[in-house]
Ligand binder design. Structure first.
Ligand SMILES: Nc1ncnc2c1ncn2[C@@H]1O[C@H](COP(=O)(O)OP(=O)(O)OP(=O)(O)O)[C@@H](O)[C@H]1O
Ligand SMILES: [Mg+2]
Length: 298
């Protein structure tokens, strides 16, 4: 097979791991920087220009779209789909998961646990929001944040009000969320490929920190999920239509609460802490969908 990886750089751990896994299975593989792809919309012949050339016709591709490049990245994925190339993760499912608020709206509608979350355009009445959310402690979170940046714990109402006012003044989109204290500064990451949890880890925050992000000094260890946690993770992927995903959840008194479903989950933390060949399993899946698609078209 000829596999394309849409990624900003071959230097990224996950991209390199996927590249090697594809190569070791005898595939031809190439990394394309999706930000260097131009889209040509024409009747009956959608095409994609890479540099100044039409992009090579690979058989299947794995999108690794960074959250800051969602609009362009998703547009490129959509174009490749229109060109009939097998996508390991579809453009629609990336769009649904990228918008964190939309993601929790969709999941909660299907009975999946999520932390109670308040979103307001402008948030010009912090006192009302605090009252409605039951007061501090509360988490205030930028919707565009990543790696724990823009996630703040307000342990009293005065602090919460000040943070809400500050975020609102800078014109950023944010949510106010119940603080899940009993999660104890840890979260669970389930790595899902094709409706199966292939690896899972528990990330714990460092001393004095509530955010378990590895970028914030948290550490990760292999973790065996409960049946309830597994069910929530798989159901979330199913609802969003994601075949490859990292599902993050908090352990609460009322069961697992899903924080986020990541459509381009990093491979480094999960591979290092579980020693599972996650990249290999992704390539196995790409082989499988491509085979199914080829059989359908003969
Ligand atoms: N409501 C909450 N209650 C308790 N802890 C929370 C809550 N929300 C987030 N956290 C902690 O903060 C960490 C960072 O939050 P979150 O994952 O929502 O943002 P992010 O990591 O910046 O975004 P992304 O996951 O998209 O990179 C979580 O991993 C979790 O440990
Ligand atoms: Mg996170």
């Amino acid at each position: 097979m000829y596999i394309g990886i849409l990624s900003r750089s071959i230097q990224l751990f996950s991209t390199r791991a996927l590249f090697r896994a594809a190569q070791s299975r005898g595939h031809r593989v190439r990394v394309f920087d999706y930000m260097a792809c131009d889209i040509l919309v024409e009747n009956n012949k959608p095409s994609l220009i890479y540099g100044v050339e039409p992009i090579p016709e690979f058989d299947a591709f794995i999108p690794r779209i960074g959250s800051s490049f969602t609009f362009h990245g998703v547009s490129v994925v959509r174009q490749l789909e229109r060109m009939g190339i097998t996508a390991a993760v579809t453009s629609d499912s990336i769009t649904r998961s990228r918008d964190k608020l939309m993601c929790s709206q969709v999941l909660v509608n299907e009975g999946i646990g999520v932390p109670n979350t308040y979103y307001s355009n402008g948030a010009d009445d912090p006192e009302f929001i605090l009252d409605r959310m039951g007061g501090a402690p509360l988490i205030i979170k930028l919707l565009e944040g990543t790696h724990g940046v823009g996630v703040v714990l307000a342990d009293n109402n005065k602090t919460a009000e000040t943070i809400i006012e500050t975020f609102a003044k800078t014109g950023q989109k944010f949510v106010v969320q119940e603080f899940i204290k009993e999660a104890g500064g840890a979260d669970i990451r389930a790595f899902v490929v094709d409706g199966e949890i292939i690896a899972s880890m528990r990330r714990s925050a460092m001393e004095g920190e509530f955010r378990s992000n590895l970028h914030r000094g948290g550490n990760a260890a292999i973790y065996h999920m409960s049946p309830e946690e597994k069910e929530a993770a798989l159901k979330a992927c199913d609802i969003l239509g994601l075949k490859i995903a990292g599902v993050d959840m908090l352990q609460s008194e009322r069961g697992p609460l899903i924080l986020e479903v990541n459509a381009s989950p990093g491979l480094e933390g999960i591979t290092t802490s579980t020693h599972i060949d996650v990249a290999g399993k992704i390539i196995d899946y790409v082989e499988k969908v491509h085979k199914e698609k080829s059989e359908l078209s003969v």
